[in-house]
Design a protein around this ligand. Structure first.
Ligand code: 3PG
Length: 208
């Protein structure tokens, strides 16, 4: 599956920063049960690669990827752990090269039209718009729709249950990313029923 096909699986990509390895599998299972199979694990915690591996090997139906990929060597590490895709808050020539060498589908981040144009030149058609809330949100996406035809975005960063429907209603939004479906307090209490409920609500949002 390429990145577009992965993004088409669900309207929301949960972005998870998991501190306790033991939470990984039950949390991912709750998300998959709720209808969100595409899951991003940020490489920002000590157990992140083990978390990826546990979900990739134990959670049927999950399509798990690595997030916060900031250096080229992380592509291979993530791939070896079982990642099916990689996400970065931005992009550099080194990262784009490492992504293509690894063969992992890659969702690079942009915040400006020039960054989007540079990645379009390299063949990318789906980009993470990050940090969406702080960088112009809905207005930015509406404004770039005509000048950047053919480009689609996954707005992430400051997106929540309240704003996700408006993002998803835009033709140039393929899906949205966010951490709201797995709130810190629910994870701390291992309240997987609540996570499943939030996931089901997110999975029911209109997919463009
Ligand atoms: C992140 O990097 O943590 C993601 O962009 C998620 O952002 P959010 O917590 O605002 O959804």
């Amino acid at each position: 599956m390429n990145m577009q096909a992965i993004a088409a699986l669900a309207p929301v990509i949960p972005v998870l920063t998991i501190e306790r390895l033991a939470d990984a599998v039950p949390l991912a299972r709750a998300l998959v049960r709720g209808g969100l199979p595409v899951i991003e694990i940020t490489l920002r915690t000590a157990p992140a690669l083990d978390v990826l591996h546990a979900i990739a090997s134990e959670v049927e139906g999950a399509v798990v990827g690595a997030g916060t990929v900031l250096s080229g060597d992380q592509f291979d590490k993530a791939k070896r752990a079982g990642a099916r895709f990689a996400v970065s808050p931005g992009c550099t020539p080194n990262l784009a090269l490492a992504a293509s060498t690894s063969g992992l589908p890659f969702l690079p981040g942009v915040q400006t039209v020039s960054e989007a144009m540079e990645l379009a030149e390299q063949g990318f058609r789906l980009l993470k718009f990050f940090p969406a809330g702080a960088a112009g949100g809905l207005n930015w996406l509406k404004a770039v729709a005509a000048p950047l035809p053919g480009m689609r975005f996954c707005p992430t960063g400051g997106v929540g249950a309240d704003t996700a429907p408006a993002y998803l209603a835009l033709a140039n939004v393929a899906c949205v990313g966010g951490s709201w479906v797995a709130p810190g307090d629910a994870v701390a209490r291992q309240d997987w029923t609540r996570v499943e409920r939030l996931a089901a609500a997110a999975a029911g949002l209109k997919h463009p």
